[in-house]
Write a protein that binds this ligand. Structure first.
Ligand SMILES: Cc1cc2nc3c(=O)[nH]c(=O)nc-3n(C[C@H](O)[C@H](O)[C@H](O)COP(=O)(O)OP(=O)(O)OC[C@H]3O[C@@H](n4cnc5c(N)ncnc54)[C@H](O)[C@@H]3O)c2cc1C
Length: 228
C-alpha cells in the first residue's frame, strides 16, 4: 500500500477527530497512532480519488471552523447535581449525567466516552441508563471515535434524538462531518485543555499491573472517594 500523510497538516495541529477518515467516500484514510500514541490520518494513495473532501471537512481549517464557532451564546446558565452522593460519581458537577438521563428517559441516545474491556477509551452509544453510567467520569486520554460520526449521522437521519458529548475538538469534528444542523441533535462539550496520549496511559496500566502483580479491571481518573 502506498501512503501519504494528510495534506500539509502538521501532526501537532490534528485533533484526531476522525472527520476526514469518516467522510472519505472511498475509505482511503486510516487513523494510525503516531509515535506518542495519538491518532493521525494516513491516506492510501492507491484508493484516494483526490476529491479533497477530507481537507474541506477538517476543523483545523479556518474555512471549516469559522462557521462552526461563529454562534454568539444567547444564554449562559450554571448548574450542578444537588445530590452529594450522585455528584461523587461524576468528575465535576455532574451536569452531563443529568442531561443524559433525561435524554434517555425521553427516548434519545447518548454518545460519550467509555472504556472497552481492554481499558481503551473510545466513544460509544448509550441507550440505557446503565450504559450512560459508564460514560460518567473524565477519562484523561484521547478517546477513539472510530465509526462514531457515521453512527451519529445514521441515528439522526432515522429521526432518533442524539446527545453527543465530547471535547470541543470532537464536537467541531462531528459538526464539520455532518455539514448541517439537525433539530434532533444536542452537543455538549467539556472544558478541556487537551487530551493526554493513549500510549502513555496503556504504558501506565502495564507498569501498575507489573509492579502490583494484579490485573486492572477498571480505572477511575480523579476519583472523589476521599472528598469530605
Ligand atoms: C480530556 C479532558 C481534558 C480536560 N481538561 C480540563 C481543563 O483543562 N480544565 C478543567 O477545568 N476541566 C478539564 N476537564 C474536566 C472536564 O471539563 C469535566 O470534568 C467534565 O466536564 C465533567 O463534567 P461532569 O461532571 O458533568 O461529567 P461526568 O458526569 O463526569 O461525565 C464525563 C463526561 O465527559 C466525557 N468524557 C470523558 N472522558 C472523555 C474523553 N477522553 N474525551 C471526550 N469526552 C470525554 C464523557 O463522555 C461524559 O460526557 C477535562 C476533561 C477531559 C476528559
Amino acid at each position: 500500500m502506498r501512503t501519504k500523510v494528510f495534506y500539509d497538516l502538521p501532526e501537532t495541529a490534528c485533533y484526531g477527530c476522525q472527520a476526514c477518515a469518516q467522510i472519505c467516500p472511498v475509505s482511503a484514510i486510516s487513523m494510525v497512532p503516531d509515535e506518542e500514541g495519538f491518532l493521525f490520518p494516513q491516506i492510501d494513495t492507491d484508493k484516494c480519488i483526490e476529491c479533497n473532501l477530507c481537507e474541506k471537512t477538517c476543523p483545523t481549517q479556518e474555512s471549516v471552523a469559522k462557521p462552526l464557532f461563529n454562534a454568539i451564546p444567547t444564554n449562559v446558565d450554571a448548574a450542578w447535581e444537588k445530590d452529594f452522593d450522585a455528584r461523587l460519581e461524576s468528575t465535576s458537577g455532574g451536569a452531563f449525567y443529568i442531561f443524559g438521563k433525561k435524554w434517555i428517559e425521553d427516548g434519545g441516545v447518548v454518545y460519550g466516552a467509555d472504556f472497552d474491556d481492554k481499558l481503551h477509551v473510545r466513544h460509544c452509544k448509550a441507550v440505557t441508563i446503565e450504559e450512560l453510567q459508564r460514560q460518567r467520569g473524565s477519562k484523561y486520554v484521547q478517546s477513539d471515535l472510530s465509526g462514531i460520526l457515521k453512527a451519529v449521522r445514521t441515528d439522526l437521519k432515522a429521526g432518533i434524538k442524539v446527545l453527543f458529548s465530547g471535547t470541543p475538538c470532537q464536537v467541531a469534528g462531528l459538526r464539520a462531518f455532518l455539514k448541517k444542523d439537525y433539530p434532533n441533535l444536542i452537543c455538549i462539550d467539556l472544558v478541556c485543555h487537551g487530551v493526554p496520549s493513549p500510549l502513555i496511559f496503556l504504558e501506565h496500566l502495564k507498569y501498575v499491573e507489573k509492579t502490583s502483580g494484579k490485573q486492572i479491571v477498571d480505572y477511575k481518573f480523579r476519583g472523589k472517594e476521599r472528598s469530605g
